[in-house]
Design a protein around this ligand. Structure first.
Ligand code: PEP
Ligand code: MN
Length: 265
């Protein structure tokens, strides 16, 4: 069941702060120092939720697959030291269990999980009866119904605080974007569920720092409720998505340049 917009966690948070929601943090939690240093710098900005992946779905084996459960306590430290709600990606029911045991504030389902209804249903079952807010990234392929279906599976088990994240769609053709924006798809999603907050993830759409500002602006121009932006204290050294992460200082610049018309009701 779709929750009334004014009661939705993500909507309330942005209304409370009277600005679009800003979710930021590294692609991956790598070390305790990296996580806490990123959070320390982000705390100075208008960041509402700190993100970091601890279970990383990587295309190729042999790349960094995340620190796993150990990262949970670093996220807890971020909440304790900086008072920021923390978010992480879950792809398996046991991820949900572990994250909830560590009181992670917000979960998200990644693009490679949204693509599989069996996986989404298993996550939904693990979330049944919980109150945790969940963000659903679009599937890697441009399939509106698959995205909508994942959201409905969460509503069907009673997860009420759901948001969608637009992170673009895979393409084989050479393109400016890492993942094509195909804006008409998230726009159609909003048409299906007018109360659903939609955020834009310019980091994974653009795949490069220069595109973070224009893609964020485009999302806000479309009245999306906020942005999710990957930030790392030393992007060049990042263990995942090094090409697209930006420093917290660069994020600060971008936030200062974003034109916000008004926070949507
Ligand atoms: C991420 O947010 O780091 C991530 C893995 O994103 P996506 O699922 O959009 O590829
Ligand atoms: Mn990433």
């Amino acid at each position: 069941m779709e929750l009334k917009k004014e009661h939705n966690y993500f909507h309330q948070l942005s209304k409370l702060r009277r600005k679009p929601l800003v979710i930021a943090g590294p692609c991956s939690a790598e070390t305790r120092e990296q996580v806490l240093e990123t959070a320390r710098q982000l705390k100075e900005m208008q960041v509402d939720i700190f993100r970091a992946g601890v279970w990383k779905p990587r295309s190729k084996p042999g790349s960094f697959e995340g620190v796993g459960t150990e990262g949970m306590k670093w996220l807890q430290e971020v909440r304790q030291q900086y008072g920021l709600p923390v978010a992480t990606e879950v792809a398996r029911p046991h991820h949900v269990e572990i994250a909830l045991k560590h009181n992670i504030d917000v979960l998200w389902i990644g693009a490679r999980t949204t693509v599989n209804p069996f996986d989404v249903q298993e996550l939904a079952e693990a979330l049944r009866g919980t109150q945790v807010p969940v963000m659903v990234k679009n599937p890697v392929n441009p399939d509106l119904q698959l995205w909508a279906g994942a959201i409905e599976r969460l509503w069907a088990v009673g997860v009420q605080d759901v948001a969608a994240i637009h992170r673009g769609f895979s393409t084989y053709e050479p393109a400016v974007y890492r993942n094509l924006p195909l804006w008409q798809i998230p726009i159609q999603l909003r048409g299906l569920y007018p109360s659903l907050p939609v955020l834009v993830d310019p980091s994974h759409i653009g795949g490069k720092p220069d595109l973070v500002l224009p893609l964020s602006q485009k999302g806000l121009d479309l009245d999306f409720e906020g942005v999710m932006i990957e930030t790392h204290p030393n992007p060049a050294e990042a263990l995942s998505d090094a090409a697209q992460q930006i420093t917290p200082a660069a994020l600060g610049e971008i936030l200062a340049h974003l034109q916000v018309r008004s926070v949507p009701d």
